[in-house]
Design a protein around this ligand. Structure first.
Ligand SMILES: [Cu+2]
Length: 575
């Protein structure tokens, strides 16, 4: 414990130093028209050396190819060869679909709200697997609960309607103990649902999917000297989460994207096992305003102007970047700004108590709890210098701690475009569920001896510790212990609304848009919400659904290492 506390001290000072350095660079947003411009527009385009690879964009086939579902299809989990590091084919696990003459890997599945999925899953890998449709309203049989995982060579048939509103959902494997590994090695894709509101927005902004409406899947990975993915978490990494050296965007390392002077839409999924981002668009180190228009469960009621947004594993944000006043030759960087992943871990407030102010994050403020002290507990990863791979693949360097500044993608403004559209005043209508946080069900997140727990329990296959009535409206207080880590909390089968954040760390409170402590990204409908150490997040869930009989879903932490270690419970919805 002493050693841990001592490490925390040095680690925290480094993090704070990094945070301070970041803050000076990004104080205040800038307006394009106020920016100093002494450099004439660049006539010819040369991607800068830091971002040499063109962003992979979903096309008609191949990796992330857009599969507009028509009829049934077969989807196989298998090992494929795919270039990730340019010029180096790598073994990747992927969902392969051959449909109407095209071959897709991890297809971007797209359909209208109310459409149907009839898919035959074939497990072509040598361990059990099953597909979870993250965010969708389906019955137990179609949810991809680990109970239904099938062995190598076996099949599982999915047959479900998609009643959900338009949003960027996703799908990924969910076998117990193996989710982190299988996602990390490649399995997973986007699932986009469209409806009339969505199509109205596309029309209003003249968005073209794959050109000006671009999904961005973020995940961090490490590669070995041969450019191959390596997943081998140590015991500490099983407790903390497995981090990569390099953040890929749509499986592109160090990507750039070419833009024109108009509004762009980016739908961003954090598909990382454990890494949390604080996304911002930077010009010359200064943060631009951008518009948050949607999140996990689809469009918000209106666009909210933000400068940065937290995005934890499995969460999605839908954002607009306005380049109308940019000039040809300008470059914008999609970055993750500095933050303290463990802010509050030392802090004084107890879970559930309103926090007056962000606690002074004093080193060693409380070392009595330090059985688990979070990221980088035993190795010093705070300076990105941990031993890693050869320089050959261009993905070298140490493992950046969660919360250090990262540049993710460069956007080059390349062309003038006549563009007279503007963001509609109303995007959607979010009907609030009438509820308050007075007498909630408590969902407590904590740990004992490096094992993460929910209500003092870890996952037991046959046990259903949380039982609710179909049709009930429940308010849950998700209470994260003070001596903890940030946990992205996810519920299967239902979208929920966030009512309140209490005891939030200062960096979260700074993003509040109302007196309930909610950030803009907490509004609307959610299926995953980040809960910081010492914080309580109050949510409301309407357990109405159309499925007869008892249904068993799950609730779990979406840090995939936490989940695989058992930070997951069955959730039974009784008929
Ligand atoms: Cu967790």
């Amino acid at each position: 414990m002493r050693a841990n506390a001592r490490f925390m001290t040095s680690r925290r000072s480094l993090l704070l130093a990094a945070g301070a350095a970041g803050a000076t660079g990004i104080a205040g947003g800038i307006a394009w028209w106020r920016a100093e411009r002494t450099v004439p527009p660049e006539p010819r385009f040369v991607p800068d050396a830091a971002f040499p690879n063109r962003l992979r964009i979903p096309g008609n086939d191949g990796l992330y190819g857009v599969l507009d579902v028509a009829g049934s299809f077969a989807i196989a989990a298998k090992s494929v060869q795919q270039e990730i590091v340019p010029g180096v084919p790598a073994a990747l696990l992927a969902y392969e679909v051959e449909h109407q003459g095209s071959r897709y890997l991890n297809p971007l599945i797209r359909l209208r709200s109310g459409g149907k999925i009839h898919a035959q899953f074939w497990n072509g890998i040598e361990e059990t697997s099953i597909i979870h449709w993250h965010g969708l309203t389906v019955d137990s049989n179609n949810d991809g609960h680990p109970h239904y995982a099938v062995g190598g060579g076996k099949t599982y048939e999915y047959n479900f309607a998609v009643p959900n509103r338009a949003a960027t959902y996703w799908y990924h494997p969910h076998p117990h103990h193996l989710t982190g590994k299988q996602v990390y090695l490649g399995l997973g894709g986007l699932f986009i649902v469209e409806d009339d509101e969505e199509l109205a927005l596309q029309q209003a902004l003249a968005l073209r999917f794959g050109e000006t409406d671009v999904p961005l899947v973020l995940h961090d990975r490490r590669f070995d000297a041969q450019g191959q993915l390596a997943f081998a978490p140590s015991n500490d990494e099983k407790a903390d989460g497995f981090l990569g050296t390099q953040v890929l965007v749509n499986w592109t390392p160090k990507p750039y994207f070419e833009a024109s002077t108009r509004i762009y839409r980016f739908r961003i999924l954090n598909a990382s096992n454990a890494r949390i981002y604080k996304l911002a668009f930077l010009v010359g180190g200064q943060a631009l305003d951008f518009q948050l228009i949607g999140n996990d469960g689809g469009l918000l009621d209106r666009a909210h102007t933000v400068r940065d947004v937290f995005l934890s594993p499995a969460e999605r944000v839908d954002v607009l970047l306005d380049l109308r006043n940019a000039r040809v030759g300008d470059a914008v960087t999609l970055a993750s700004n500095a933050f303290d992943a463990m802010e509050h871990e030392d802090g004084p407030p107890d879970p559930g108590t309103p926090a007056a102010a962000a606690p002074a994050a004093g080193p060693g403020a409380n070392d009595t709890h330090a059985a688990h002290s979070g990221y980088g507990r035993t190795e010093d990863k705070s300076a990105p210098t941990a031993p890693n791979t050869t320089a050959a693949n261009g993905l070298t360097g140490g493992i950046p701690e969660i919360g250090v500044t990262l540049e993710l993608m460069r956007i080059h403004v390349r062309r003038k475009e006549a563009y007279a559209r503007s963001v509609p005043a109303t995007l959607s209508r979010i009907v609030p569920i009438a509820a308050n946080c007075q007498s909630p069900r408590v969902i407590a997140l904590d740990h004992v001896k490096m094992v993460w727990r929910i209500n003092g329990q870890t996952y037991q296959h046959e046990s259903t510790p949380i039982t609710v009535k179909r049709g009930a409206t429940e308010v849950w207080n998700i209470q994260n212990a003070q001596a903890s880590m940030p946990h992205p909390f996810h519920i299967h089968g239902f979208q929920f609304q966030v009512l309140e954040r209490r005891g939030s760390p200062g960096q979260q409170k700074a993003l509040a848009v109302n007196d309930k402590g909610l950030a803009a990204s907490d509004l609307g409908w959610k299926d995953t919400v980040l809960v910081w150490p010492g914080e309580t997040v109050c949510i409301v869930i309407d357990f109405t659904h159309p499925f007869p009989g008892d249904q068993v879903y799950m609730l779990h932490c979406h840090n995939l290492e936490h989940e695989d270690q058992g930070m997951m419970l069955n959730l039974k919805v009784e008929a």
